[in-house]
Ligand binder design. Structure first.
Ligand SMILES: *Cc1c(COP(=O)(O)O)cnc(C)c1O
Length: 371
């Protein structure tokens, strides 16, 4: 079976985990500090490590002061994690449409949904591309909104020669098993907002003030105060040890993802029935490889045929306004609803070979011409 996605690990990650197990300190300590330092160097801005990408988003919203009664603009076409992180604060996610070229937030549509309760806008860097991010920042500045970037797909991607996370307001990354780098599970918040950083460091440890400093010294706080709601969201040394090795391997992992995506592009260009994204893979480290099928083609039948040939596929994503918790019949999301039945994600992870990509393309073309 050619898997849609996969955790790609080498001996160095295994040895690093064994080292943590041997030292007998599994919680949040030296390795987490080292991973944070390495990420801070990578981004050129402070990073706060947490247990998941969803936790990173939830904490970012909370410490940015977003809560009950507030509204947050976000594209419907994203993983439900982005939505759950907003509603966890008590705020309401306001579903927006996407630009049909980039699958990123349609700023015109977002503007139409602005109210006096709007507090933040969340660009989701779909597949690792970021769309017209400068327009989103201009829009946010004009209306006094926070920008919390859901950069779960965009670890290592660049925009106008700058790394995502190295500029702007707040960027949240995920290190779950299949993202551009993994720590098993994990995530981080990257920002240069000192108030937000301090609050996030406490809030990930149940709100115990300054506990991070103690944990990094191999200690913990006994006589402490808590003044704000916190969560059990810290990262463990086991996770950080994996993340540290993955970060060192990022140039290799990224190059592999890029070259496989480029190969897909050349194999599938001018194939009837398929529309491709036009990512510039010099800047984009792709997390997923998504194509648009011509409308009228039977996606489920194509997926079934591929499955029979041992090729796993996916759909990123079922739009959130189709979920019971976030449905809102009054919302008109023309582009999202037009795109959703047509999107198909093909296998992409660094352990795939060029031969396997060519096989996937061959079988896809057969499946389309026979459907
Ligand atoms: C993976 C992902 C998240 C959440 O990250 P986890 O680490 O899985 O919690 C959030 N948003 C998007 C778009 C994602 O793909």
């Amino acid at each position: 079976m050619i898997r849609l996605s996969k955790s790609c690990l080498s001996d160095t990650e295994k040895q690093a985990v064994m080292g943590v197990l041997d030292r007998g300190f599994l919680g949040m300590g030296t390795e987490v500090q080292q991973f944070e330092d390495a990420l801070t160097k990578f981004f050129g801005r402070p990073a706060v490590c947490v247990s998941t990408g969803t936790a990173a988003l939830h904490l970012a919203f909370q410490v940015a002061g977003i809560g009950t009664g507030d509204e947050v603009l976000i594209q419907s076409l994203t993983y439900v994690a982005s939505f759950q992180a907003i509603s966890a604060t008590g705020a309401k996610p306001i579903v927006c449409d996407v630009n049909p070229e980039t699958f990123c937030l349609d700023i015109k549509d977002a503007e139409d949904r602005l109210t006096p309760r709007t507090k933040a806008v969340v660009p989701v860097h779909y597949a690792g591309g970021v769309g017209a991010l400068n327009d989103i920042y201009a829009f946010a500045e004009k209306h006094g909104l926070r920008v919390i970037e859901d950069a779960a797909h965009a670890f290592g991607s660049r925009y106008k020669d700058k790394r995502i996370g190295s500029f702007g307001d707040v960027a949240c990354f995920s290190f779950d098993g299949i993202k551009n780098i993994t720590s098993g599970e994990g995530g981080c918040i990257v920002t240069d907002d000192q108030v937000l950083l301090d609050k996030a460091r406490d809030a990930r440890l149940l709100g115990v003030e300054k506990d991070t400093d103690n944990r990094f010294l191999g200690k913990r706080s006994w006589d402490f105060d808590v003044t704000a709601q916190g969560w059990r969201y810290h990262m463990s040394n086991i996770m950080a040890a994996i993340g540290l090795e993955q970060l060192k391997r990022f140039p290799e992992l990224s190059a592999k993802r890029k070259s496989l995506a480029k190969l897909f592009d050349t194999q599938l260009s001018n194939v009837p029935g398929i529309e491709l994204f036009s990512h510039n893979y010099d800047n984009v480290t792709p997390h997923i490889y998504v194509i648009k099928l011509q409308s009228g083609l039977n996606r489920e039948k194509i997926r079934e045929k591929l499955e029979q040939c041992g090729v796993q596929t996916g759909i990123h994503y079922k739009p959130n306004h189709h979920l019971s918790l976030y449905q809102d019949a009054s919302k008109n999301l023309h582009e999202t609803d037009e795109i959703y039945p047509r999107i198909l994600s093909l296998p992409l992870h660094p352990d795939l070979s060029k031969k396997e990509i060519k096989y996937v393309c061959e079988k896809l073309i057969e499946a389309i011409s026979g459907s």
